[in-house]
Ligand binder design. Structure first.
Ligand SMILES: NC(=O)c1ccc[n+]([C@@H]2O[C@H](COP(=O)([O-])OP(=O)(O)OC[C@H]3O[C@@H](n4cnc5c(N)ncnc54)[C@H](O)[C@@H]3O)[C@@H](O)[C@H]2O)c1
Length: 472
């Protein structure tokens, strides 16, 4: 029996083991979804703290219900480890590691590289591998495949002689039975299509979204060959309701970049129009509400202090990296990125203008920011424009504090650490200006409006006009 048939049989019988590499916002919900479907899951993470938390049933991702995590850990359907040699126990390995930018704003592929190296060293033959991290098109085939093939030359699987035929594994002694597999993996690399299959399936999760979560968000899947697609679909359908197959990993990679770039460009457009509308004394929020009444051809995007999060601000740099290799200039995406990069500067001008009208300067004023998360009702402050605005204001001599019900402590881009203050009547009264940076539903708008002396509202939280409220 070849590896593919054996793996499909395991998936059919629900006896496969799924390894999830990287247990963050993306990896942990996926791990829980597989475990809830009765699949044995091993989560791999470099962070001992996260691994210990999971193994004690302690949840650190808001989109997962504590009781569900406790249940799947209690049933030993999900366990976490820092021992990457245990990849040999897995039939599928799904990579959910970070894809940030390096200090030169270039893709930092070191996390994917590290995961692929571990996979090459420790996977067993017959493993399905899928990447979910956001990246540039061609990553799966041109970046990952060579690393996995090369590192699999030092694969440790065959050193473990205790895989007996009875255990359901194809042991070293059985290798002759595998018609596709007569080479010696101790001296040659594992081969794609024989010993492993590679696919890309972008994670589209929208943290904090009450309607769409991992299971009911359709999943795009692009595999390198038909066998990989068959295995990938059989596996993923246990955790995800709807799988949408595409012809290759690079199509799937481009799908994710398209989705995020679409948002980037539309947010940039509305931010630019908001700035113009401000100068022309036009309320941009009223404009958007009216435009939304058109039942076709218009989708509303809302202005704000800039874009944040792990994906949208970073993805253009990933695309640019690969576009350069094809001698292609992404002028529209450049412009959009540029507009968004300038937004925090405009917001500082807004704060300064508002204070100025009250005969005050940023220098020496107490400035209370409400919300440092990059979007409402989540605990993620990565790339949040609020942090940049706080840094700029502090540099001008502003006395900065913040409240965020979801984030008790932050470190800004310039390395300053702040602790969330209590949102009391006194805190609002004491501030020379209160800046609404994130529209968390926990913020009581009436209470803020009643007690703050001056407000800069970057999220249209305060609907009625008032002398002390300055809007974006
Ligand atoms: N957060 C989102 O909303 C979101 C949405 C869609 C896609 N994505 C993409 O998914 C990927 C993961 O994002 P995230 O938000 O879950 O990141 P995260 O930082 O929350 O989690 C990543 C985890 O990977 C671990 N890790 C790092 N290197 C590792 C390695 N070599 N082996 C094992 N574990 C390792 C980290 O310790 C961390 O726990 C990124 O590419 C991101 O762009 C994120």
């Amino acid at each position: 029996m070849n590896y593919k048939t054996q793996l499909l049989q395991k998936i059919e019988a629900n006896t496969e083991v799924v390894g999830i590499i990287g247990l963050g916002y993306v990896g942990l919900p996926l791990a829980v979804n597989f475990a809830e479907a009765g699949v044995k899951v091993i989560g791999f993470d470099k962070s001992e703290a996260k691994v210990n938390k999971i193994n004690h049933g302690e949840n650190y991702i808001k989109d997962i219900r504590d009781a569900v995590l406790r249940e799947v850990v209690g049933k030993v359907k999900l366990e976490a480890t820092t021992d990457f040699t245990r990849m040999k126990e897995c039939d599928a390995l799904i990579i959910c590691v970070p894809t940030p930018l390096d200090k030169f704003r270039k893709p930092d592929m070191s996390y994917i590289e590290a995961a692929c190296t571990d996979i090459g060293h420790y996977m067993k033959p017959g493993t399905f591998i899928s990447l979910e991290s956001t990246t540039y098109p061609t990553t799966t085939e041109d970046f990952m495949l060579p690393i996995i093939e090369a590192t699999s030359k030092q694969n440790k699987y065959w050193e473990h002689k205790n895989f007996s035929p009875g255990s359901g594994e194809i042991s070293e002694g059985q290798r002759g039975d595998n018609s596709d597999n007569n080479d010696n993996p101790t001296t040659s690399s594992f081969r794609h299509g024989t010993h492993f299959w590679l696919a890309y399936s972008p994670e589209r999760v929208d943290p904090g979204n009450a309607t769409f979560h991992t299971r009911n968000t359709p999943k795009v899947l692009g595999a390198m060959d038909a066998d990989g697609m068959e295995i990938g679909q059989a596996l993923y359908k246990k955790a995800i309701d709807h799988i949408y197959p595409v012809s290759s990993p690079r199509v799937a990679e481009m799908v994710k970049i398209l989705e995020n770039t679409y948002r980037l460009i539309n947010i940039s457009l509305i931010n630019e129009l908001a700035l113009l509308a401000g100068k022309m004394d036009i309320n941009i929020w009223e404009v958007i509400e009216a435009a939304k009444t058109k039942p076709f051809g218009f989708q509303a995007f809302y202005p704000g202090p800039g874009i944040g999060g792990h994906c949208i601000p970073l993805d253009p740099f990933y695309l640019e990296h690969i576009a350069k290799r094809f001698d292609f200039d992404l002028s529209m995406i450049h412009t959009a990125g540029h507009i968004n990069m300038r937004m925090p500067h405009y917001m500082v001008i807004k704060i300064s203008t508002a204070l100025n009208r009250h005969r005050k300067a940023i220098n020496g004023s107490k400035i209370l920011f409400l919300g440092v998360a990059y979007k409402p009702n989540i605990d993620d402050e990565r790339e949040s424009p609020a942090l940049e605005i706080m840094d700029m204001v502090a540099k001008k001599g502003g006395i900065v504090s913040y409240n965020d019900p979801h984030i008790p402590r932050v470190k800004t881009n310039h390395g300053a650490t702040y602790h969330s203050v209590l949102l009391t009547k006194e805190a609002l009264e004491e501030a020379d200006v209160v800046v609404l940076t994130t529209n968390h539903t926990a913020f009581e708008v009436d209470f803020i409006q009643q007690n703050a002396r001056l407000i800069v509202d970057m999220r249209n939280m305060i609907k009625d006009a008032s002398d002390k409220v300055y809007k974006l």
